[in-house]
Design a protein around this ligand. Structure first.
Ligand code: F6R
Length: 607
């Protein structure tokens, strides 16, 4: 996720901004830049790659300045190149802007500005802000900012400087975090607290819609109704390590908790007002008609997301899909030709098994589509078409928010295909999309049961073996629950289709063995209850995950965790949440390094 740092004071702006950006490196980025006012002119320096590239460049080409803004960019619009890096200038270089978030109406704003003669040099949505600011500039910074904010839609945190105002720094935020650091004879802005801790512990957390003018000894904050307001001053008590994790003890739990927000971002980006799906004309009707086979190919958790995607595409678009483990795919002599659509799901976009499977498909003439979280990653570059997930950087080895974002993206893709094929009615689509829109809030509901999950994790921490079972879609989620538990708690668990147990595995069921039963599919409840009874007859300990209204399951379960009621097809986006939490707390109680479990790497670039 992008990082912003800004400074106004009497110190060395370059040093403060680079130090601040270095403390935001944990958020992930692919380029970095600064805009500094020196002798009444703005100088922008930016470099793709690591912050050190920029640091070295600035050491060789020093800038003396006391006002400036800096940015680390996690690409969303346009490749991670020097040109697309932030800050962005207005055409006459009088204005410089850094931005986090997404300007949803940037295309129409860009067209209007182009008609007025403005020339754009980058592919970013941010550049419109610099030109708009130039267009509206009337000599008063805050008045100009107000006019700009009236034009933009979307989510943003901005930092803005203007050459004619060498002692001022502007900022604004909506749906993207921004804090103002309060210093002595110097003030700061940053997208996150760690960037400020070396200089100050006193901050204002801006509220949604707030904007501010900052000079070295004065901070003026306005709210979304343009009223001058006084925000509470907070004293930060976190250490740097705590602050990097947003106050959470581990990245994994932070990322679990980020899911409502990241899913909301995906929904906001992809669902248009008329309930069509915005995938930028990914496929035409004719192209889809030529497609005879669809494969989803991925590894690990991404493969499990693919399984939910298969279910959604088959049910919604009525197209047959095969999901394949990437490491096996190349060696299975697959039926792939020019009539194949091969979808590759990868958080990192660098997984070698997935990449090699993609190369194989390309060689055979297939159309390749990457669903990945990292703009400019190898898989995104090699694919014919790309959909980016909006999970933001995932740092914990165990994938959580990337998974739910992959699943949601695949659901939206299924609806997109359903629209092209006319296999879904408007009523069905509205029902499904409204349910998907409610998922972030329902996930937040599940967080309220955390204590119960902690209690179950305490019970699980001492077991050596366990099972995850489910039928239909529940089985696909059981696979992910089992993987999560294995990789971070080192407890041996296996996932089975509930009906398959009696064909062999039930021999392993004995007194006290924990079995997590996913039973969220309403049409399969009866069958799930029978399976639970089989297991209970052998004295297994049953931990059930069910929809809230299916109370009857509590009678046959030892422990039960409810998820809010939802459509059966969307239940996997909810039922996975308690499984992520269960794995996290079990790992925590076992004293394992949750974020970096043994033998695992975040990005697997070997075959
Ligand atoms: C498990 C996990 C892995 C990855 C797999 C694929 O929590 O993270 O199973 O899902 O290595 O990685 P990506 O999605 O980067 O291709």
């Amino acid at each position: 996720m992008c990082g912003i740092v800004g400074y106004v004071g009497s110190g060395d702006a370059v040093e403060v901004i680079l130090e601040g950006l270095s403390k935001l490196e944990y958020r992930g980025y692919d380029s970095a830049g600064v805009a500094l006012i020196q002798n009444g002119k703005i100088r922008i320096e930016k470099k793709s790659g690591k912050l050190n590239n920029l640091k070295n460049h600035l050491e060789e080409n020093p800038i003396l300045s006391q006002v400036g803004i800096g940015h680390t960019r996690w690409a969303t619009h346009g490749e991670p190149t020097d040109i697309n890096s932030h800050p962005h200038y207005s055409e006459d270089k009088s204005v410089a802007v850094v931005h986090n978030g997404i300007i949803e109406n940037y295309i129409s704003l860009k067209k209007d500005l182009q008609k007025k003669g403005y020339k754009f040099i980058s592919d970013t949505d941010t550049e419109v802000i610099a030109h708009l600011f130039h267009f509206f500039y009337d000599g008063d910074m805050i008045d100009t900012l107000r006019k700009v904010l009236k034009e933009v839609r979307g989510s943003y945190a901005f930092g803005i400087v203007h050459e004619k105002h060498p002692n001022e720094l502007l900022c604004a935020r909506k749906d993207s975090p921004l804090v103002i650091g309060i210093g002595e004879n110097q003030n700061f802005i940053a997208s996150d607290v760690p960037a400020l801790l070396k200089y100050t512990k006193n901050v204002y957390f801006l509220e949604n819609g707030d904007y501010a003018k900052i000079i070295k000894d004065k901070i003026e904050i306005y709210d979304y109704e343009d009223k001058l307001v006084i925000r509470d001053k907070h004293e930060i008590k976190w250490t740097l390590d705590q602050a990097t994790k947003g106050g959470y003890p581990h990245f994994m739990i932070k990322e679990i908790y980020e899911q409502p927000k990241t899913l909301e971002e995906t929904l906001r980006r992809r669902i248009r007002e008329d309930y069509s799906i915005d995938f930028n004309e990914l496929l035409t009707k004719e192209e889809l008609e030529n497609i005879k086979d669809i494969y989803i190919i991925a590894c690990g958790t991404a493969y499990h997301a693919g399984l939910q995607g298969e279910y959604a595409i088959e049910k919604i678009a009525k197209l047959r899909v095969d999901v394949e483990v990437a490491s096996e795919f190349r060696y299975s002599d697959p039926f792939v030709d020019k009539n194949t659509l091969a979808i590759f799901v990868s958080q990192s976009g660098e997984t070698l098994d997935t990449l090699l499977a993609m190369k194989e498909c390309k060689k055979k003439g297939a159309t390749t589509l990457a669903i990945t979280n990292v703009v400019g990653s190898t898989i995104s570059r090699e694919a014919d078409k790309v959909i980016y997930t909006m999970a933001g950087p995932e740092i914990a080895v165990a994938s959580t928010k990337a998974y739910t974002n992959q699943v949601l993206t695949l659901f939206l893709f299924a609806i997109y295909l359903g629209d092209l094929k006319n296999s879904i009615t408007m009523e069905e689509k509205i029902l499904l999309l409204n349910e998907l829109k409610s998922i972030p809030e329902k996930i937040s509901e599940i967080f309220k049961y955390e204590d119960k999950i902690k209690f179950i994790a305490q019970e699980l921490k001492d077991v050596n073996n366990g099972f995850f079972v489910g039928r239909g879609l529940d089985y696909k989620v059981a696979l992910e629950g089992s993987l999560k538990m294995k990789e971070i708690s080192y407890i041996h668990t296996e996932a089975f289709a509930s009906g398959e147990l009696k064909h062999g595995t039930i021999a392993l069921i004995e007194k006290g063995i924990p079995v997590v039963v996913l039973a969220t599919q309403k049409n399969l409840i009866e069958k799930s209850i029978s399976n639970i009874k089989e297991l209970k007859a052998r004295e297994a300990k049953i931990i059930t995950i069910a929809q809230k209204s299916d109370m009857e399951l509590s009678e046959v379960s030892d422990r039960i965790i409810y998820i809010p009621d939802t459509l059966d097809i969307t239940s996997g986006l909810l039922s996975v949440i308690p499984l992520q939490l269960l794995a996290y707390y079990t790992s925590l109680y076992k004293g394992i390094d949750v974020d970096k479990p043994r033998n695992l790497a975040k990005s697997v670039t070997v075959e």
